[in-house]
Design a protein around this ligand. Structure first.
Ligand code: PLP
Length: 387
């Protein structure tokens, strides 16, 4: 979609990354790490100790859940590598796994590489929200299921983890002692008030806060998402020591270690002020509020604002086109590039929604909403716009 966006000179709300500059203090740490000639070699495969202690410190401070940085935290080359390593480490060929669709696109290939029989349970997506069908999850689990792979806040629907989910998961892991949870928390701190007109963050929630689930879970984080530096390729895994040992044995032969100077820079930045994990929150919340208001003002599109993360889902009230064609049509006609949801399904299911990323400049969001309004005009003028 990015290539098509460039071809048509469209506003690129497709790519799932923040077009917002990282904190200058972080870039300063990176500059100083790169000019230190002693920091350009391999780190320990588990990761630079200072970054592991930073991740443990953040988990204790914001989730009240300690991890031992020596035996329970591993720094990886992004969340993508972490997901791959965890799946390879915890499964044998022929094992079964379960995940939720729509799904981040690396999950299925990671299962396939390990010859794991992965089945997907679909979410129900409507204007009211994305519903996790826990009855279907429970019915699909068996003694043979080794991994239940979850993602909170969820890409692309923005569904956050709720306390009820935690209680259900506690019941499920009690029923299936061989089951592990692999929980992709790439957007871990980005929990928002459900009403987009309230530009306020909520305290983040993680399955690790349940002592029962902590012992059964591999938590995956993305420093690229937290710090707005996806190109640095830094992620982490927090997991009980026995699972960490197995995951490290795989991670070591995939990437060996993440980039050393960038690990040092991230560690110094986070140690000197842990609240920096919220660096983008005010901006993201203001953009979510503005963009949703603009879409409601100018367009007749159905909108699903997120409970977490930085994507909003849209769909036309009436549409005959498959979602890929619809996204292409919008790129050409409205000059707005989006991501169709069908590629988030192994079998190409098309739930009819398109994903837009609002981690963009105010101008870009205003222009994009106006252009969408030209193709899908609002039925009547509305007064949603408050700024
Ligand atoms: C749900 C989810 N998990 C993982 C990733 C990958 O994170 P990283 O860049 O740290 O590999 C992404 C990136 O978009 C994502 O949306």
């Amino acid at each position: 979609m990015t290539a098509l966006s460039e071809k048509h000179g469209a506003y690129n709300l497709a790519q799932g990354l923040m077009w917002l500059p990282p904190d200058p203090h972080l870039l300063e740490e990176a500059r100083s790490a790169f000019t230190d000639h002693t920091l350009h070699q391999y780190s320990s495969p588990a990761g630079v100790p200072a970054l592991r202690t930073a991740i443990a410190m953040l988990s204790e401070k914001f989730f009240e859940t300690p991890y031992d940085p020596d035996r329970e935290i591993t720094i990886t080359a992004g969340a993508t590598e972490a997901i791959f390593s965890a799946i390879q480490a915890l499964t044998l060929p022929g094992d079964e796994a379960l995940f939720i669709e729509p799904a981040y696109d690396s999950y299925l290939p990671a299962f396939q590489s390990g010859n794991v029989q992965a089945r997907a349970v679909p979410m129900e997506i409507s204007e009211k929200g994305a519903r996790l069908d826990w009855e279907a999850v429970a019915a699909s689990l068996s003694e043979k299921t080794r991994i239940l792979l979850l993602n909170f806040p969820h890409n692309p629907t923005g569904r956050a983890l709720h306390l009820e989910d935690v209680h259900i998961l506690e019941t499920l892991v009690a029923r299936y002692p061989r089951l592990y949870l692999v929980v992709d928390e790439a957007y871990e701190y980005m929990y928002w008030h459900p009403d987009p007109s309230q530009a306020t963050p909520l305290p983040p929630l993680s399955v690790r806060q349940s002592p029962i689930l902590r012992e059964k879970s591999v938590i995956i984080g993305s420093l690229g998402k937290i710090l707005g530096t996806t190109g640095w390729r830094l992620g982490y895994i927090a997991a009980p020591a026995e699972l960490t040992a197995r995951i490290r044995a795989v991670h070591q032969f995939i990437t060996f270690c993440a980039p050393t100077p960038l690990q040092i820079a991230a560690a110094k930045y986070l140690h000197s002020n842990p609240n920096r994990v919220f660096f983008f929150h005010d901006t993201l919340l203001a953009r979510r509020k503005l963009f949703v208001e603009l879409l409601r003002t100018y367009t007749s599109l159905k909108i699903l604002p997120p409970e977490g993360g930085y994507f909003v889902l849209i769909r036309p009230t009436e549409n005959q086109l498959p979602d890929i064609q619809l996204a292409e049509h919008l790129t050409r006609e409205a000059k707005v590039a989006s991501i169709p949801l069908s590629p988030f399904y192994g079998d190409g299911t098309d739930p009819g929604w398109l994903r837009l990323c609002f981690a963009r400049s105010v101008d870009m969001l205003k222009n994009a909403a106006q252009r969408l309004g030209e193709v899908y005009p609002a039925d009547q003028p509305t007064d949603h716009l408050t700024e």
